[in-house]
Design a protein around this ligand. Structure first.
Ligand code: PDD
Length: 284
C-alpha cells in the first residue's frame, strides 16, 4: 500500500507530494512542527500537542493555520488512509510561499503538511539496557521553547552523537549546565531519589512526554525538582534518563565515557518506564 500525505488541503501519494521552492520553511526554516505518537491506530496526547503547536504558531506570529478541530480531522484521516497502527504523525506548518524577503510577506497563506509513518520505536533490548549520550555544546538559538523546524544545531549534535556511537547528544550551555537532548528532554535522579529536570524556559522545549511523566509522578510521591543541572551533577547522579514521543522513557547509562550509577538502568527509571508504558496503553 502506498503512503499518503496531506499537503495544503489535498491527500496525495507520498512520493508525489510537493511544496513550492519558495516556501519559507525551505528558505528560512520559518515554520513549526509537531510529532505525535500513534499506538493501535490512536494518536496519543493530541490535546497537549495541539496546545504546543498553537503556542509555537503564536510565538512566530504565523496566522491563518487550520483550527484544532480541522487538524484533528486531518490527523485521523491521515492515520486512516495510511492504515497506521503504530508509528508517528508529523505536522508541519510554515509561513507559506512568497518571494524571498526576510520580513513577513503580506497575504501569504501558511503551508500545511501532515504525514504518517510506521515506526517500531526503540527496540526492547535497548530499553532494557539503556543508552549512551554524548555531551555536545549547545549552540542553538535563544528560543528553543518554540518547536521550530530550524533544527540545524540539533542535526549537527545528533550526528556527532551517532559518529561517537551514542544514541543521543546532551546539550551543554556555556555555564556547564545540561539543557536537553538534541530531540529529547534530559532527567537525572539525585542522591535523595528526587527527579531533576530543567525548568521550562527559553533553553528547552516543553516536551509532551516530560509533561505527562510529571503528571504520572504525582502518584509515586516522588518530587520533581525543575532546575538546571550541571554535567558534574549528571555524571555523579544515581540514575539518568531521557524522554520524548519516540523514545518514551529511556535509561541513560553512560554520559560520554562515564557510567551512571553502576552503569545499568536504575529502579526509579525502570518504574517510570513501566508507568509510562501502562499510561500509553490506557490512552488507546
Ligand atoms: N522531538 N526536546 C527537543 C529539542 C525535541 O525536539 C523534542 C521532541 C523533545 C521531546 O518532546 P516530546 O516529548 O514532546 O516529544 C525535547 C521530536 C520527537 C522530534 O523532533 O522528532
Amino acid at each position: 500500500m502506498s503512503r499518503i500525505a496531506y499537503v495544503n488541503g489535498q491527500y496525495r501519494p507520498h512520493r508525489a507530494a510537493q511544496i513550492h521552492i519558495e516556501d519559507r520553511g525551505y528558505q528560512f526554516a520559518d515554520g513549526i512542527y509537531e510529532v505525535m505518537a500513534v499506538r493501535g491506530g490512536v494518536p496519543l496526547n493530541v490535546e497537549h500537542h495541539l496546545t504546543r503547536l498553537r503556542r509555537s504558531l503564536g510565538e512566530l506570529r504565523i496566522e491563518g493555520a487550520p483550527g484544532d478541530g480541522t487538524l484533528r480531522t486531518i490527523v485521523a484521516e491521515i492515520i486512516r488512509r495510511n492504515r497506521l497502527r503504530d508509528g508517528i504523525v508529523y505536522i508541519q506548518i510554515t509561513r507559506g510561499v512568497a518571494t524571498r524577503d526576510h520580513a513577513f510577506p503580506m497575504g501569504a497563506a501558511p503551508a500545511i503538511v501532515v504525514t504518517a509513518r510506521r515506526m517500531k520505536g526503540v527496540p526492547a533490548e535497548v530499553r532494557q539496557s539503556g543508552v549512551r549520550v554524548k555531551l555536545v555544546p549547545d549552540i542553538r538559538w535563544g528560543r528553543c521553547d518554540i518547536k521550530s523546524v530550524s533544527l540545524l544545531a540539533n542535526v549537527l549534535a545528533k550526528q556527532a552523537a551517532r559518529e561517537a556511537g551514542a544514541f543521543e547528544a546532551w546539550l551543554v550551555d556555556d555555564q556547564g549546565l545540561v539543557t536537553e537532548g538534541s530531540s529529547t528532554n534530559a532527567w537525572i535522579v539525585d542522591g535523595e531519589g528526587n527527579l531533576v529536570t530543567r525548568q521550562l524556559d527559553n533553553a528547552i522545549l516543553s516536551g509532551v512526554t516530560r509533561r505527562v511523566l510529571k503528571e504520572l509522578l504525582v502518584e509515586t510521591g516522588r518530587t520533581v525538582i525543575e532546575r538546571p543541572f550541571s554535567v558534574a551533577e549528571a555524571s555523579g547522579a544515581r540514575e539518568a534518563f531521557l524522554t520524548s514521543t519516540t523514545s518514551q522513557v529511556l535509561p541513560v547509562v553512560i554520559i560520554d565515557d562515564h557510567p551512571i550509577g553502576d552503569g545499568r538502568p536504575g529502579p526509579v527509571t525502570r518504574d517510570l518506564q513501566h508507568r509510562f508504558q501502562e499510561y500509553a496503553v490506557m490512552q488507546r
